[in-house]
Write a protein that binds this ligand. Structure first.
Ligand code: ZN
Length: 266
């Protein structure tokens, strides 16, 4: 494979991995074992394996001699996750199905990122979610700003999360001021509770802040003039793989910050 094509494949796979890790964090709900197995199931899915028996990671994920994987990786097993989430979860849309050879440099490179001892220890830090109704309702809004199947660089992920916070805060404030009245009570099926629950629908909240954000963005653009506000050309392509690696670190830092925030709420 020519070098350029290889780099493109690497970038594409990397983005899919980041999306996969984010979704795995949501799906595992603070269960560290589940998170680990979900994260590594990426390396099965991209081989075209979507169901498997209980076995060691290393029995089904090929580690080339030059790929660094920590000793812990070789001890880990698939035990609770034995199929891809898309097998039973019909809400997973537009899933990519192209396969990648486990021998390919891209596959091995990604494996060396997540097979590192630091990454594996970071995954242990995820705590059983204190998934309060607040947390859940915030998450529902966050998903609108950061759709689950899309890749965002960490910076954009942060900005989108900030927008979700503004949205949520506006709703909470309206609630406290008594501006949101109940418009409808409906019965819906709750997946987590496995039964029907009553859901209260409230009047939509005015989102004046969105207009302000758009207006100030437009003003800024007028000041800046033509051209891309983000100058990607400053990034040296040779540093790209390092940047990609930093992005994984940033994601983990972000995860940790989120966890700490939850801890301090109590
Ligand atoms: Zn799959």
């Amino acid at each position: 494979m020519p070098e350029g094509a290889e780099k493109e494949e690497m970038k594409d796979l990397y983005r899919r991995l980041i999306v996969h890790i984010r979704n795995s964090i949501d799906r595992s709900q603070g269960n560290a074992i589940m998170l680990k197995e979900l994260v590594f199931s990426f390396f099965l899915h991209i081989q075209g394996i979507h169901r498997w028996r209980p076995m060691k990671f290393s029995d089904i994920i090929r580690v080339e001699p030059n790929t660094k994987a920590c000793s812990r990786f070789f001890g880990e097993r698939f035990s609770s996750i034995l199929e891809c989430p898309h097998i039973t979860d019909s809400t997973i849309e537009s899933l990519r199905n192209e396969t990648t050879s486990p021998e390919s440099p891209a596959y091995q490179k990604l494996l060396s990122y997540v097979g590192k001892a630091t990454f594996m220890t970071d995954m242990d830090k995820i705590r059983p979610g204190k998934l309060t109704p607040y947390n859940e309702s915030f998450n529902n809004i966050r998903i609108k700003y950061c759709p689950k199947q899309s890749y965002f660089p960490i910076k954009s992920f942060e900005i989108r999360t900030m927008l979700a916070v503004l949205h949520w805060n506006t709703m909470q404030r309206a609630e406290l001021c008594g501006e949101r009245r109940i418009s409808e009570v409906i019965q819906v099926f709750s997946k987590s509770k496995q039964t029907k629950v009553m859901k209260i629908k409230k009047e939509p909240t005015k989102m004046e802040w969105k207009k302000r954000v758009v207006e100030s963005a437009r003003r800024k653009k007028e000041e800046q003039g033509m051209g891309d506000p983000v100058n990607d050309s400053q990034v040296n392509p040779d540093e790209e793989s390092e940047l990609l690696f930093d992005d994984v670190q940033a994601l983990l830092d972000f995860m940790e910050a989120e966890n700490n925030m939850e801890d301090s709420e109590e």
